[in-house]
Ligand binder design. Structure first.
Ligand code: AMP
Length: 176
């Protein structure tokens, strides 16, 4: 199975959830066992020799492939969640969206200075969510941070928001 075939399995839904958004529906990609196996193998390939100790998944679609990648890499899994969901003490980061702001949280004891972290989310659009996650984890003083997406919307150029030394990878690219 090649990447073009995987890309074709992503369903585009125009004007969802609001007019003007081309929503990339990954459920059509995940429901096929062959696709799921192939894309997992492709996703983890780049990280096999990086010494990843924790995969951090962002709520909620980062919780689908994040734990699978963690298992494949022999790493632990850590969730980043919306406010009020994590039960113990948290660090948080607030970021601006087009309308209003959003906050994400992580358990204070989820990561240590020995961790090599791979942050995963399903899709890079404006980059606001991942940038907040990156800042949150950076402040925790881990050894190294890698960033991974299943899909990148290239026209939005969100990669440019991140410091140049940060390794960012996306398996499937769409213009918009
Ligand atoms: P952003 O902060 O703009 O990069 O977007 C963050 C989250 O919104 C991603 O994790 C996606 O789950 C979701 N998202 C944004 N745009 C789209 C889109 N066009 N199709 C599907 N999901 C999207």
């Amino acid at each position: 199975m090649n990447l073009e075939e995987l890309k074709k399995s992503v369903r585009n839904i125009p004007d969802f959830p609001i007019p003007g958004i081309q929503f990339k529906d990954v459920t059509t990609l995940f429901k096929d066992s062959g696709n799921l196996k192939a894309l997992t193998a492709e996703l983890v390939k780049k990280y096999r020799n990086k010494g990843i100790t924790k995969v951090v998944g962002i709520e909620s679609r980062g919780f689908i492939l994040g734990p699978i990648m963690a298992l494949e890499l022999g790493a632990g899994f850590v969730p980043i969640r919306k406010p009020g969901k994590l039960p113990a003490e948290t660090f948080e980061e607030t970021y601006e969206k087009e309308y209003g702001s959003d906050t994400i949280q992580i358990h204070k004891d989820a990561l240590t200075s020995n961790d090599v972290v791979l942050i995963h989310d399903d899709l890079l659009a404006t980059g606001g969510t991942m940038l907040a996650a990156y800042r949150l984890i950076k402040q925790m003083g881990v050894k190294n941070i890698y960033i991974n997406f299943l899909i990148e919307l290239e026209e939005l150029k969100a990669r440019e928001l991140f410091p140049s030394g940060v390794e960012i990878d996306a398996l499937i690219k769409f213009e918009i």
